[in-house]
Design a protein around this ligand. Structure first.
Ligand code: GDP
Ligand code: IMO
Ligand code: MG
Length: 422
């Protein structure tokens, strides 16, 4: 049996915290896509940790963590992160497993990401995290990439040199001048470390666990609106962030998937370029950023903020087959006297309830509905009955609109700041 936790917006919904919260109920936590572009924050005691490559179940001793074949892996980030988690007493040799089919991010992928992004005009920049994600996935679909399993083969260095030469020609075309020798030194050091970890045949590994009756939690990175197929293309990431990615990114059959828990903030954010219909470029947006501490966990960039977009959320519910919603950062709205939600778009002057094929070519205006804010602190609430009625009204409107129910409300970043909806 496989359940999933994934983001329904443009990423940073609080997936890390939610996976960490649910992890004790599962035997295996598995990342199925994305790479070090992800930044998943969780707290161990009062220590804040941001995970990029390792699944967010790693701090639970009895939980096994798998980096699936759908992920792109930067050995340098992985090594750094393993050192951090080891300093908390976690034994990665015991509870971290990596699929041999996982594609590697090479130093030249990072360079290509940088070169490609800087060659784009201001309005065309994706706002990539520059972690090499796009170029690594391009080499996967272009059938050039190197995989973790290749590290164990004696031909690895030859394969690496061949691909590096190919990349160099592309970099020369971009007129990329930076010296990446240090990146390469770090890379070769990190792959020696990676070779010592548990490299497994991921698809057999996970299916064996499922056959033994173990419970698997698939951890999504990014968010549904950043999905390569269904997001706001081309302002997206390079993988299927939606539930479809679970099957191809882990090697599990669709019948194995039970609950799809979709995480949404009580409002909305986006980091990087691209359309964002409910974005607030005003004092309210600034207030959301300040109260929500909306700065990127991977890049530190300020996140763009706005009201919750129910048109996009309903779309994400549909694409993912969401069975339960989890609403995070509800406490960030505590100080607002009035809230708004987007319940329809005006696309080139015409009302619509659909996410259009190409948002950038149209003028999209959000049609907003107003709600009275609860305007009282909720961070200390431990049970649903302690939450204000006005929050419940807000939540039940979302439930009805989206067609899935909010089952948990997160009311602070802490591990215990989460309330089950009764
Ligand atoms: P992820 O990428 O989906 O894991 O999300 P990030 O970690 O990038 O960003 C979520 C941020 O919100 C982190 O700083 C979390 O510590 C914080 N956070 C998560 N849940 C809550 C919540 O319910 N309330 C508040 N105030 N912060 C939260
Ligand atoms: P988590 O898992 C928010 C955004 C980038 C950029 C676009 C493409 O923490 O939710 P990429 O580096 O993938 O080529 O960037 O996607 N992006 C994210 N935004 N959260 C993330 O991950 C993101 N990962 C990528 O800002 O706009
Ligand atoms: Mg994040």
């Amino acid at each position: 049996m496989v359940d999933a936790i994934l983001g329904l917006q443009w990423g940073d919904e609080g997936k890390g915290k939610i996976v960490d919260y649910f992890a004790p109920r599962y035997d295996v936590i598995a990342r199925f896509q994305g790479g070090p572009n992800a930044g998943h924050t969780l707290y161990v005691g009062d220590k804040k940790i941001v995970l990029h490559q390792i699944p967010s179940g790693v701090f639970h001793e009895k939980t096994i963590n798998l980096v699936g074949n759908g992920v792109v892996l930067d050995p340098v980030t992985l090594k750094r992160e393993c050192d951090i988690v080891a300093s908390f007493g976690v034994d990665v040799k015991k509870n971290l497993f990596i699929s041999q089919r996982t594609h590697l991010i090479l130093p030249t992928h990072r360079a290509l990401d940088k070169a490609s992004e800087s060659s784009k005009g201001t309005n065309d920049k994706i706002g990539s995290t520059l972690k090499g994600i796009g170029p690594a996935y391009m080499d996967k679909t272009g059938r050039n990439g190197l995989r973790v399993g290749d590290l164990l083969d004696k031909s690895f260095t030859t394969q690496y040199i061949k691909l590096r030469l190919k990349h160099q020609r592309l970099l020369d075309n971009f007129n990329f001048q930076e010296d990446i020798t240090v990146w390469e030194e770090e890379f070769f050091e990190a792959i020696e470390f990676l070779k010592e970890l548990n490299i497994v045949n991921g698809e057999y590994f996970i299916n064996d666990k499922i056959s033994q009756g173990k419970k698997v939690l698939a951890e999504g990175a990014q968010g549904s609106m950043l999905d390569i197929d269904f997001g706001t293309f081309p302002f997206v990431t390079s993988s299927n962030t939606t539930s479809a990615g679970i099957c191809s990114g882990l090697g599990v059959a669709p019948q194995q998937i039970r609950d799809v828990m979709g995480v949404t903030k009580a409002y909305c954010t986006r980091v990087g370029g691209g359309p964002f219909p409910t974005e607030l470029n005003d004092a309210t947006g600034e207030e959301l950023r300040k109260l929500g501490n909306e700065f990127g966990a991977t890049t530190g960039r300020p996140r763009r903020c706005g009201w919750i977009d129910l048109v996009a959320l309903k779309y994400a519910r549909m694409i993912n087959g969401v069975t339960k919603l989890i609403m995070t950062k509800a406490d960030v709205l505590d100080n607002f006297k009035e809230l708004q939600v987007c319940s329809a778009y005006k696309v080139d002057g015409k009302e619509s309830l659909e996410v259009p094929f190409q948002m950038t070519r149209h003028k999209i205006e959000p049609l907003l509905q107003r709600f009275e804010g609860w305007n009282c602190p909720t961070v200390a609430a431990k049970s649903f009955k302690e939450l204000p009625e006005k929050m419940k009204t807000y939540v039940s409107f979302i439930n009805q609109y989206v067609g899935a129910n909010v089952s948990y409300i997160s009311n602070g970043p802490g591990r215990d700041q989460i309330v089950e909806v009764e």
